[in-house]
Write a protein that binds this ligand. Structure first.
Ligand code: URA
Length: 209
């Protein structure tokens, strides 16, 4: 799939393997997600625009590049998306943050919206949507559909694990939105969980199981 960026960096893969292990503690899981987020942020922001500003070094004046972090919006799909935020904000501290609340109807697995809060001037901003698990893809499709109503300059979607079914669904609806993922797993089980996966990302981040 041309729009899928598989982040294969050995550090990301190593940390992901540790996160998948069922005996990993909540604090360990959270710390690893934080570290992976920073590494993924590096890949995802590789091509964001820079502008030249004039600065003075101890020796002379020069034109030097800076990014405008305020133009980036990280959009967390609640609640597991919040696990990605600290790491991303460590790397892009000037970014703004939006939240989308969606829950999966347990019977139909369809996404139902209960919260949507974005910064103003979305039409001037580049959006990076965060959700660790692209499973059925229904939440991601619904979140991006809603975000497109705000007419942002660009949208990219970031997850830790993707199922082939989720990628197909997402690209069917949003072929223009690139997906960044650390792994593409085998598929979904009968409950809509990614296998082999890492379990329920929200429960593992927040210790709510
Ligand atoms: N959400 C999760 O947290 N885990 C899955 O495997 C699928 C959806």
């Amino acid at each position: 799939m041309p729009q899928v960026h598989h982040i294969t960096h050995p550090l990301v893969q190593h940390k992901l393997t540790l996160m998948r292990q069922k005996d990993r503690s909540t604090s360990g899981f959270r710390r690893l997600l934080n570290e992976i987020s920073m590494l993924m942020a590096y890949e995802i922001t590789r091509d964001i625009p820079t502008q030249l500003i004039e600065i003075e070094t101890p020796l002379e004046t020069m034109q030097a590049p800076v990014i405008d972090g305020k133009k980036t919006v990280f959009v967390s799909i609640l609640r597991a998306g919040n696990g990605f935020l600290d790491g991303m904000l460590n790397v892009v501290p000037g970014a703004r943050v939006g939240h989308v609340g969606l829950y999966r109807d347990p019977k139909t697995l369809v996404a139902v919206e209960y919260y949507f809060k974005m910064p103003s001037d979305m039409h001037e901003r580049d959006v990076i949507v965060l959700d660790p698990m692209l499973a059925t893809g229904n939440s991601a499709v619904a979140a991006v559909e809603r975000l497109k109503e705000c007419n942002p300059k660009s949208i990219r979607f970031v997850c830790l694990l993707a199922a082939p079914e989720g990628l197909k669904n997402f690209h069917g609806s949003h072929p223009d939105v690139p997906v960044y993922t650390a792994a593409i797993d085998r598929g979904l089980n009968e409950h809509g969980y990614i296998v082999p996966g890492l379990g329920d990302a929200g429960d593992r981040i927040f210790g709510t199981k």
